[in-house]
Design a protein around this ligand. Structure first.
Ligand code: UT7
Length: 332
């Protein structure tokens, strides 16, 4: 019997309306548009505003749009994985809330926390269920309301992050399409360099933790940069070599959008020219688990059936990895 492959068969994304520009940030912290653009490549990011509007709001929009676009009934979905580091609540899982909001009643839904690599971890997990034959229609949604954990008095982090969500439909295919290979890594020794200090079980929320601003992202930018720029490029090159792919064979690199300099270094190591690299960091910033689906969504019309696509990410944990996809459909 032919091996079942797990393929992405649809994609949709959603960002909130409000745009926070570099000019606006200049009024909030001691920074300049020039510094942000030259160090990160970011010009603006979308922010979800309003009271009690959590990550599920973003994820619900992306998933509802995906169901509509692909003509899929919510009852047909048998699994939903939400990659996020900004869940609505510690529990229940945001995936459960999104499924409920979207009328997805026949799925088992859970969250996956792998920070900026979350979408890749979720794709790999979903693909194993599909390849085993137990699950037929799986939604992987990356959703993060990063503005909920950004300290807008800290110029070294508040310029980076934005809010957004992107959802993929994954289904079994018999052809040599879909997820061909994946290489995933994690290394917990990276924790001191990138984390959120309080609000978890080791340091529950208290007046002191709030006063000490410990519920926000803590990042040692340079240390993370050094790891990210090396590991993301290493793993992207590793997956190319493992699958005997030359730079000519690769149609697209879809990199996590953390910093334009990291993306450019990865593309260079892979021997890819700029035209083959999906980059939209200037308009969305780093939306953590949503950067990769936001790219796929914007480039969907340029993707062709059979295209060799490499997804690559690096994030908090540390976590990193690369997924090799053969794109499964032509533009509709
Ligand atoms: O997606 C998850 C993984 N995360 C990443 O991959 C992020 C990786 N790191 C980065 O992208 C970069 O390290 C940052 C964009 C966060 C920072 O860029 P950098 O080139 O590494 O800057 P730096 O932290 O070395 O800071 C250089 C200088 C410092 O001033 P002094 O000490 O040289 O006087 C900072 O205080 O730039 C200063 N600085 C700023 N200046 C203007 C830091 N943030 C700002 C700012 N505006 N927003």
């Amino acid at each position: 019997m032919a091996k079942i492959h797990a393929a992405v068969t649809g994609i949709h994304a959603w960002v909130p309306e409000y745009i926070l520009t570099n000019k606006e940030l200049e009024k909030m912290v001691d920074t300049t548009d020039e510094w942000i653009t030259s160090r990160t490549g970011i010009k603006e990011r979308h922010i979800l505003r309003g009271v009690e509007q959590g990550t599920s709001v973003l994820g619900t929009q992306a998933v509802n749009g995906l169901l509509e676009k692909t003509g899929t009934k919510p009852e047909e979905i048998d699994m939903l994985i939400c990659a996020t580091v900004t869940p609505d609540m510690q529990f229940p899982a945001t995936a459960n809330i999104i499924s409920h909001n979207c009328g997805i009643k026949n799925a088992f839904s859970f969250d996956m926390n792998a920070a900026c690599s979350g979408l890749l971890y979720a794709i790999v997990t979903a693909s194993k269920y599909i390849e085993s034959g137990t699950h037929k229609k799986v939604i992987v949604v990356g959703a993060d309301k990063m503005s909920s954990i950004v300290d807008y008095t800290d110029r070294s982090t508040c310029i980076i992050f934005g809010d957004g969500a992107g959802a993929l439909l994954m289904e079994p295919v018999q052809d040599e399409l879909g997820v061909m290979d994946a290489i995933m890594y994690s290394d917990g020794s990276g924790m001191p360099h990138l984390h959120q200090k309080a609000g978890g079980s080791s340091k529950p929320a208290s007046h002191q933790t709030v006063d000490a601003r410990e519920h926000f992202i803590y990042q040692e930018g340079q240390a993370v940069f050094k790891f990210a720029v090396t590991k993301m490029a290493d793993v992207a090159v590793e997956i190319m070599k493992k699958n005997q792919l030359s730079s000519e064979d690769v149609a697209w690199l879809v990199p996590h959008q953390a910093n334009l300099r990291i993306i450019e270094a990865t593309a260079k190591r892979m021997g890819l020219e700029r035209e083959k690299v999906m980059i939209n960091i200037e308009r969305y910033g780093n939306t953590t688990s949503s950067t990769i689906p936001l790219c796929l969504w914007e480039w969907e019309k340029q993707l062709r059936k059979g295209d060799n696509v490499i997804l690559a990410a690096f994030g908090g944990g540390f976590t990193w990895g690369a997924v090799y996809l053969k794109w499964a459909y032509d533009p509709k």
